[in-house]
Design a protein around this ligand. Structure first.
Ligand SMILES: Nc1ncnc2c1ncn2[C@@H]1O[C@H](COP(=O)(O)OP(=O)(O)OP(=O)(O)O)[C@@H](O)[C@H]1O
Ligand SMILES: [Mg+2]
Length: 453
């Protein structure tokens, strides 16, 4: 931690608090003091203290109760308990509950400093480990500098700590999964399970048992008890991906979960309360599906407390280069190719495309660019080559009105060969090598398509 640690000290005796303040300021900590523990309840997450020092015996709100509240709200900040009349019992109990340490009054400055520094060190290591383990997704991993992405970041920060249900919409590859995970990992549920389930990948009946679990023998094939995802996610969040594909019978059951916060395990005739935040996503137009009668209107409104619409990449072209550079660096590390860079031609070409597959398509493209890169500077030709390697849309762009497969293939072949010839300055052998043809075959095709310099 480079900036001074931020500490909040809470004690009902003002003289003691001021003495403590003096001692802490000597070490250049940034300290706030509070003599009424009840005021601490109004603290917002924004305050972000690195450490809390709490007196145990306080009249309006006991330090042990305050400790519980702080632990819930700021699970990553160490709490050091301080008390005049400590008993070993209280100390052990508090440490068991997660307090970092317990110090007796009168506090000896050196002992206090050492305890604070050790606690800071531990939480720094913890933070590093968390980063190393890599939270699956955080706001910082949602790349983009366009207004919509900046707004998305602030929206996520604001809505994440609430329990509001969020429906994420957007075309395929716009980052819905990334955003769903970011919401969970920026919420108070971050240390609790985050479970994702793809509603389109699992057929209706199986999905019900996946979500709610079943008792052994409740249907043919239920050979043992199964714990459902809702129970597994208790206290955390569940991400229902492709919710538009959920079958109508299950939609009715989901509605009940959303209304009552309880589930019924298949084969068990009782309901169980669950505390799960629901985040859902779809690339379908649910409002239209409601009109058509294929998605329940009541469920739609329940899921849709907050809707985040992720724009297609072509609607925010200013993000293309930022994203491309981000993926270039990411894959350079992965494929051990140092300091790759786009030249201006490559950047122009990257921007001159609509990306129907959105960020996923751009990401895959850059991965191919990196794999095939043979020098540091990536040019237009490298990007073209990567497009060519897997770009079916290019074929449609070339022959948009052609319905006859043979003609379309011929048209594509002609353009593809001509491009390779130009790239190789009409050197037949080099072109043939690149295309994987033998020289005489290439020559035949050039004649067939009327290709010459
Ligand atoms: N803004 C972004 N910044 C960085 N990576 C992104 C961004 N948006 C999407 N991605 C990456 O693009 C890929 C596709 O994203 P994701 O799987 O979240 O899309 P999706 O909207 O869920 O698509 P689908 O509807 O097809 O499931 C992922 O690898 C994701 O990490
Ligand atoms: Mg997805």
């Amino acid at each position: 931690m480079n900036s001074p640690a931020k500490i909040l000290a809470v004690d009902d005796e003002p003289e003691y608090l001021h003495a403590l303040l003096k001692v802490l300021k000597l070490k250049k900590y940034c300290v706030d003091i509070e003599s009424d523990p009840v005021n601490v309840l109004n603290l917002t997450e924004k305050k972000n203290y690195d450490i809390f020092l709490l007196d145990v015996n306080m009249p309006r709100l006991n330090g042990t109760a305050l400790f519980e509240i702080i632990k819930n709200k700021f699970p990553d900040s160490p709490v050091i308990m301080i008390s005049g009349e400590s008993t070993i019992g209280t100390a052990v109990e508090m440490i068991k509950k997660g307090a970092y340490d317990f110090i007796e009054k009168p506090v000896e400055p050196e002992r206090l400093y050492i305890t604070i520094e050790k606690a800071l060190e531990k939480s720094r290591i913890f933070e590093e480990m968390q980063n190393l383990r890599g939270k699956p997704s955080t706001i910082q991993k949602i790349i983009g500098e366009s207004g919509v992405i900046k707004k998305l970041h602030t929206d996520i920060k604001q809505l994440a700590p609430t329990n509001a249900k969020v429906l994420i919409t957007g075309e395929s590859g716009t980052g819905k999964e990334l955003v769903a995970a970011a919401i969970h990992y920026h919420s108070k549920r971050t240390h609790k399970p985050y479970i994702t389930i793809n509603c389109s990948a699992i057929p209706g009946e199986l999905l019900e048992s996946e979500l709610f679990g079943h008792k052994k023998g409740s249907f043919t094939g239920a050979t043992s008890d199964k714990k459902g995802k809702f129970l597994a996610a208790d206290g955390g969040s569940i991400f229902l991906d492709e919710i538009g594909d959920m079958d109508p019978r299950l939609q009715a059951k989901m509605l009940r979960v959303l209304e009552e916060n309880e589930i019924e395990v298949i084969g068990e005739n009782k309901s169980v309360k669950v505390d799960v935040r629901i985040i859902s996503a779809t690339n379908k137009n649910l409002a239209e599906m409601v009109q058509e009668g294929t998605f329940r209107e009541d469920l739609f409104h329940r899921l849709n407390t907050i809707q985040l619409r992720l724009p297609a990449l072509r609607e925010r072209k200013e993000d293309i280069i930022t994203l491309a550079k981000y993926f270039l660096e990411k894959f350079s590390v992965e494929y051990k190719k140092d300091n790759l860079e786009f030249d201006i031609g490559a950047e122009l070409l990257l921007c001159d495309y609509d990306y129907p597959g959105n960020v996923r398509e751009l990401k895959n493209l850059i991965e191919r660019v990196v794999i095939f890169a043979d020098c540091r500077l990536i040019t237009q030709i490298d990007v073209e080559r990567a497009y060519g390697k897997n770009n079916f849309k290019a074929i449609l762009d070339i022959a948009p009105d052609e319905h006859n497969l043979k003609n379309a293939k011929a048209e594509f072949e002609k353009i593809f060969i001509e491009r390779a010839l130009k790239k190789n300055e009409w050197n037949l052998q080099n072109t043939a090598n690149e295309l994987g043809l033998d020289r005489s075959n290439l020559f035949k095709k050039m004649k067939q398509f009327g290709l010459n310099k």
